[in-house]
Design a protein around this ligand. Structure first.
Ligand code: AP5
Length: 219
């Protein structure tokens, strides 16, 4: 059982790879982005606040996301956790360390997915998602086989995200470099950081992930 963090800017491919790991290894994907998108549809005051922050590309407070993660961790069982989009601040990273310790667990690896900014813009602007099963597509690199229909579940509810626009992406990238990229040094110092080329084809990125998760003994 392995617990890993997928670390990378918006559009790096974290969600795409997390879904493959869930399917192939039975790991549990904990995506704070997905949890917050669910919360915003609740119509509560918290949901409304979260929606405004997300649409603008800013970060939701540490208190809210830590609470969401803690609750999901308690209720989930599987072959290890994939933390997708969490932690995003040093405060969240400290809280995650403490939560894992309290439950007798630890982190195995933090996989940093490196992708150039100009590619991120292309990935985000071409992305669409199945509203039913969550499968992620792209206009050019991963279109559905049949236009308008999800390959996985057959739903025709394909959507673009409200925050996938040029203005919000600029803020999301700034937030990543200011508040999240310090985690690279934080986890490097703990000997947990592994960096992979997120620019490669989806299947090649998955192979690089597998090399991190199942390292071959040196002969
Ligand atoms: P979140 O949902 O986490 O968004 P994000 O981090 O901005 O990441 P994305 O989902 O945009 O990208 P991804 O890396 O998963 O890429 P994907 O696989 O989809 O967060 C949204 C918002 O919620 C935040 O802005 C913030 O407001 C809030 N939030 C979330 N977590 C928070 C936290 N911890 N603290 C505070 N606030 C928080 O791929 C993108 C596209 O590229 C797809 O179309 C895909 O098909 C394509 N693609 C993927 N890989 C490849 C490849 N290798 N080659 C070609 N195309 C590819």
């Amino acid at each position: 059982m392995k617990n890993i963090i997928l670390l990378g800017p918006p559009g790096a491919g974290k969600g795409t790879q997390a879904r493959k790991l869930v399917e192939e290894r039975g790991m549990v994907q904990l995506s704070t982005g997905d949890m917050l998108r669910e919360a915003r549809t609740s119509g509560t005051d918290m949901g409304k606040k979260v929606a405004a922050v997300m649409d603008g590309g800013g970060l939701v407070t540490d208190e809210i996301v830590i609470g969401l993660i803690e609750e999901k961790m308690k209720g989930s069982r599987g072959a290890g956790f994939i933390f997708d989009g969490f932690p995003r601040t040093l405060g969240q990273a400290d809280a995650l360390g403490a939560m894992l310790k309290r439950s007798g667990q630890h982190l195995d690896s933090v996989i940093e997915m490196r992708v150039d900014d100009d590619v991120l813009v292309r990935r985000i602007s071409g992305r669409y998602t199945c509203g039913n099963c969550g499968e992620v597509y792209h206009d050019e690199t991963k279109p559905t086989a049949k236009a308008g229909t999800c390959d996985v579940c057959g739903s025709t509810d394909l959507k673009r995200r409200a925050d996938d626009n040029a203005e919000s992406l600029k803020t999301r990238l700034m937030e990543y470099y200011k508040k999240t990229s310090p985690l690279i040094g934080y986890y490097y110092a703990q000997h947990l950081l592994r960096s992979i080329d997120g620019l490669a084809e989806i299947d090649d990125v998955a192979k690089a992930m597998a090399d991190v998760l199942d390292p071959q003994p040196v002969s």
